[in-house]
Design a protein around this ligand. Structure first.
Ligand SMILES: Nc1ncnc2c1ncn2[C@@H]1O[C@H](COP(=O)(O)OP(=O)(O)O)[C@@H](O)[C@H]1O
Ligand SMILES: [Mg+2]
Length: 263
């Protein structure tokens, strides 16, 4: 592309992913533009985590593409996808809990070119002063919020062009979530395209430019985040849709979230 600034995006295109012999992500297409937050909402079991794992190379999609600069990354190994500039933050905050915070960061820097790794480390310590203060501590001594900061830092250390975050605020106190929000904003403002899966619609839609709602393995809505924000009924119906893929008997957190839109 000559002249003009090319609009860069990570395009998940027509992804279908099977688990346990069943397609739990079905023909899903999501555009993640650079320098923006894109929200992905939806009830438990919708297929959001599966989508992230397949984009990150942890699960191999049955069909579809993960397009970055015209290259299809689908089915590549996780390290290759990360080297291409796509970092994922899987649900569950997995870390090496017996290692120090410093060593957890070092593990994430492994296999990156040295200058990139050191620059990335400096950047994440600036983004997370709380992590910078905890470098010698064993990871298991971190609070839930600090653990989330550490896994975000591990993803950011490679200075990814795109970052897919699965459940930013799960299990965290609102005050902790409120500290993470400006960091996500800063990451996007720095040019990284962020796909944010987030149970609290208010948090996600407050950060996002565009939003997608997934349910039963499919995209049920996509549009401007503001459209969902200003239309709680749309959000509520999207969340409360119950497809055949559901089956969980636990009440979905949707009611509370939809209610949060009023506040
Ligand atoms: N390891 C697994 N094996 C088989 N089915 C799974 C596995 N993990 C998740 N699933 C199923 O895949 C579907 C999508 O799950 P998931 O991607 O975790 O959804 P979400 O992140 O939106 O809650 C659900 O029906 C879930 O039961
Ligand atoms: Mg999930």
């Amino acid at each position: 592309m000559s002249g003009g600034v090319p609009v860069s995006a990570l395009s998940l295109s027509g992804l279908t992913v099977e688990r346990g012999g069943r397609a739990v992500v079905r023909d899903v297409s999501i555009e993640v533009p650079a320098a923006q937050v894109t929200a992905l909402l939806g009830p438990n079991g919708a297929g959001k985590s599966t989508l992230v794992l397949s984009a990150g190379g942890v699960l191999r999609p049955r069909s579809g593409a993960v397009l970055l600069d015209g290259t299809d990354l689908a089915g590549r190994r996780p390290e290759r996808i990360r080297q291409a500039g796509v970092a994922i933050v899987p649900e569950g905050r997995r870390m090496l809990s017996d290692l120090t915070v410093e060593d957890n960061l070092r593990v994430a820097m492994y296999a990156l070119p040295r200058p990139q790794a050191e620059a990335g480390r400096a950047r994440v310590l600036e983004l997370f002063p709380q992590i910078a203060r905890r470098l010698p501590a064993p990871a298991r001594a971190l609070s839930g919020g600090e653990q989330q900061m550490l896994v975000l830092a591990q993803a950011l250390v490679s200075q990814p062009r795109f970052m897919l975050i699965d459940e930013l605020s799960l299990g965290l106190a609102p005050v902790v979530v409120s500290r993470l929000i400006p960091v996500i904003r800063a990451v996007a403002d720095g040019g990284t395209g962020v796909l944010l899966i987030e149970q609290f619609a208010t948090v996600a839609l407050g950060l996002a430019s565009r939003a997608y709602v997934m349910e039963g393995g499919r995209i049920r809505f996509s549009g401007a985040a503001g459209e969902l924000r200003s239309n709680p009924e749309l959000l509520r119906s999207a969340y409360l849709l119950r497809g055949s893929a559901g089956g969980g008997s636990a009440p979905s957190p949707a009611r509370g979230h939809a209610g949060n839109l009023d506040g």
